[in-house]
Design a protein around this ligand. Structure first.
Ligand SMILES: [Zn+2]
Length: 92
């Protein structure tokens, strides 16, 4: 058994040359938790916490990130998520 919990994120990488900070956008829970159905917009703007530059990001630029730590207090996911269920109903 792996005693160190691992946590799943969706992240983007800052587009500022020389920065490249990995910026978690969404917290998906500990590894092994059920996936979430995410409402990811086509594009959004985000300000880097390190270089303070704001860039435009696309859903295709998200990547999976696994970290040993849960998100810090106050972390707010950029995307709405809800648990996947077998009886998925996708009405608005
Ligand atoms: Zn940056």
């Amino acid at each position: 058994m792996d005693t160190a919990a691992r946590h799943i994120y969706k992240a983007i990488r800052c587009k500022t040359a020389g920065c490249g900070t990995v910026l978690p956008m969404h917290y998906g829970g500990p590894v092994g938790s059920p996936g979430l159905l995410l409402a990811i917009p086509t594009g959004w703007s985000f300000q880097c916490s390190r270089c303070r530059q704001t860039h435009r990001y696309l859903a295709a630029e998200l990547f999976d990130l696994v970290l040993p730590t849960p998100p810090p207090t106050g972390f707010v996911s950029m995307f709405e998520g809800r648990p996947l269920s077998k009886s998925t109903d996708l009405k608005n």
